[in-house]
Every structure is written in structure tokens, then in C-alpha cells.
Design a binder for this molecule. Structure first.
Ligand SMILES: O=c1ccn([C@@H]2O[C@H](COP(=O)(O)O)[C@@H](O)[C@H]2O)c(=O)[nH]1
Length: 309
């Protein structure tokens, strides 16, 4: 799957991911109205509304981008109907040939991690049959429990030719509370980065490992250091747009081959129509605003990378 991700980045010239994080408050009134007429103001109604919203955005941007990142929390808040909308979103994006990164941030003791890995990346056995549950291409993993919590995900990736992005230095304001703590004089995120590189050593595609890392756009200096510590790991970079990250901050997340990083924006794309610069599209044409925001993000990152050459 890492090869597919790289090929799609090269084809689109867009090292970007659209984050599908649908809050009900972003879903335009006409879509909510239709869904509630059919299902009432229920979890089913909300799930239908977010699914229709996602579908329209994907239809407007899929040709510009290599990948999407549905954030499972946004679906889980609507219970089982929300998870059905998550699965519909995953399947629809795959039918559009997009790489799907499930932002699930799982990680537990080994046996429990194994169940998460099977459910999201692998196949579960039921008698003589086996079934893919959610079937994303990559998932995000929390490494806090150590190697036995991560290895089951790595094992399923090896079997299924899928991949991981492991949290190394997250984009949020408090990420330093634990991640920047010094251990033997070095910040914890560097030690985690080294371990990600090790976990990825025998999981190589052609040039990059399918065991990648998450490093926030909001920490460009740390991104520069981590790029060197994990030269073969793809970095998923959240924090662009709504959290303040800009193209110019991101150049050191990339390798000299112009690859090695893929930058996510969620609210900045899916709720673009709420921003002043895209207000002209109006709520009815929200997905066209999303397309314009994707084009602007591609141009911003492309220009920054060109300038850095
Ligand atoms: O360090 C991290 C890890 C994950 N995320 C997730 O990415 C998106 C960001 O959304 P925006 O609307 O573009 O801010 C969201 O799903 C987070 O859970 C992150 O932001 N930082």
C-alpha cells in the first residue's frame, strides 16, 4: 500500500490528505433536512447526513488527491449508525481509488491490539469464512504500550500489505507534556522516532517503509530532527490549516526526493465554505469550496517545496 500511496502522490503532485472529520454542525442545512425527513432527528438521521456530506466532498476532490483520513471519533459519537457511516465512507473512498488512512489511534496490550489490527486492517475468521471488518489501508497507532502493543499491527500489515502511522510528536498544544520529557538527555519523541525507524526496517516497500510516523505541522523544528532520525519512514503531518500549520513550515518534513511526508487538513477543507475566502460558494456549494481549498493547499505546499530547492 505504501507503493500505491507514493504512486498516487507522484501522479497528483499533491502530498496531501483530506481529513474526513464530519461534525454535524458543518453539514449544510439542506443535507441535514433531507436526512432528518427520512430518519428523524436520530442517530440514523445524523449518520445519513454526515455520509451524504462526505460523499459530496469526495466526489468533488477525489481526482486531486491521493488519500483521505476519516477520523473515527467523528463517527463513533453517533454510535452504531455512525460506525456504519464510517464504513460506507471507507468503502466509497476506496471505490474512488483513494488510499484510506483510518485515524483510529489504537494500541493496547498485545492480544487486544491484535483484535484492533484484525478489525481495521486484516480479516477476522468466523468458522471457515474470513471477513474484512473496516478494511482501511493504513491506520494510526498509539505506541504508549510499547513493542508488544505495536507488533500485532505490524504483523497484520505484513500479511495484508497495509501500513501504519505511529504517533511520535503530536500537533496539539500539550503534546510536550510527556513527549518532550528528557530521558538520558533526549526528548521522548526522538526515542519513539528511533523505535519507529527500527519497527519499519523489515517492512520496506521500494524506498520507504510501510511503518510510518505522525508528526504535527505545528512543530517544524522537531519535524526536521525526526525526518533525519526516520529517513525511510513516511510522515503523516496533521496540523495544517485549522491548527495553524502552513506550507512554509513543512519543507523539512520531506526528503530530498520530494517524498516522505503527506500533510493532512480536515476542517480547513471540509468546512472551507465557512471561511471568509470561500464564502462566495455559499452553503449549497460547500463541496466546490472544498475543492478550491484543496487546490489552494496543493499550491501552498508545492510553492514552499519549490522555493526550498
Ligand atoms: O498529532 C495529531 C494527530 C492526529 N490529528 C488528527 O488530525 C486531524 C486534524 O484536523 P484539523 O481539522 O485539520 O485540525 C484530526 O482528525 C485530529 O484528530 C491531529 O490533529 N494531530
Amino acid at each position: 500500500m505504501i507503493q500505491k500511496l507514493i504512486q498516487k502522490i507522484q501522479k497528483t503532485h499533491a502530498p496531501i490528505v483530506v481529513g474526513l472529520d464530519p461534525m454535524l454542525s458543518y453539514v449544510p442545512a439542506h443535507i441535514q433536512k433531507r436526512a432528518f425527513e427520512e430518519h428523524g432527528e436520530t442517530l440514523e438521521g445524523a449518520a445519513e447526513a454526515i455520509w451524504q456530506y462526505n460523499k459530496e466532498i469526495v466526489d468533488h476532490v477525489y481526482d486531486l488527491i491521493p488519500a483521505v483520513k476519516p477520523q473515527i471519533a467523528m463517527y463513533e459519537q453517533f454510535g452504531i449508525p455512525g460506525l456504519v457511516a464510517f464504513k460506507k465512507t471507507v468503502d466509497y473512498c476506496k471505490s474512488k481509488d483513494l488510499v484510506v488512512i483510518g485515524d483510529i489511534k489504537r494500541g493496547d496490550i498485545g492480544s487486544t491490539s491484535a483484535a484492533y489490527a484484525v478489525g481495521h486492517l486484516g480479516k477476522v475468521k468466523v468458522g471457515n469464512n474470513s471477513f474484512a471488518g473496516f478494511d482501511e489501508d493504513f491506520v494510526t497507532v498509539n505506541p504508549y504500550l510499547g513493542t508488544d502493543g505495536v507488533k500485532p499491527f505490524v504483523d497484520v500489515c505484513k500479511e495484508e500489505k497495509k501500513g501504519l502511522f505511529i504517533l511520535v510528536k503530536t500537533s496539539n498544544p500539550s503534546s510536550g507534556e510527556f513527549q518532550d520529557r528528557l530521558i538520558d538527555g533526549r526528548p521522548l519523541y526522538e526515542l519513539v522516532g528511533e523505535q519507529v525507524a527500527k519497527w519499519g526496517e523489515d517492512c520496506m516497500g521500494d524506498d520507504y517503509s510501510y511503518i510510518g510516523a505522525v508528526v504535527g505541522a505545528t512543530y517544524p523544528e522537531q519535524g526536521k530532527v525526526l525526518r533525519k532520525i526516520m529517513p525511510k519512514s513516511f510522515i503523516l503531518v496533521p496540523g495544517y490549516g485549522a491548527q495553524g500549520g502552513k506550507g512554509a513550515d513543512l519543507v523539512h518534513f520531506f526528503n530530498e526526493d520530494g517524498l516522505g511526508a503527506i500533510v493532512n487538513s480536515s476542517r480547513g477543507i471540509i468546512a472551507a465554505y465557512k471561511q471568509e475566502q470561500y464564502a462566495k460558494y455559499g452553503e449549497e456549494h460547500f463541496a466546490e469550496a472544498s475543492r478550491a481549498a484543496v487546490e489552494a493547499m496543493i499550491a501552498d505546499i508545492g510553492t514552499a517545496l519549490e522555493r526550498a530547492k
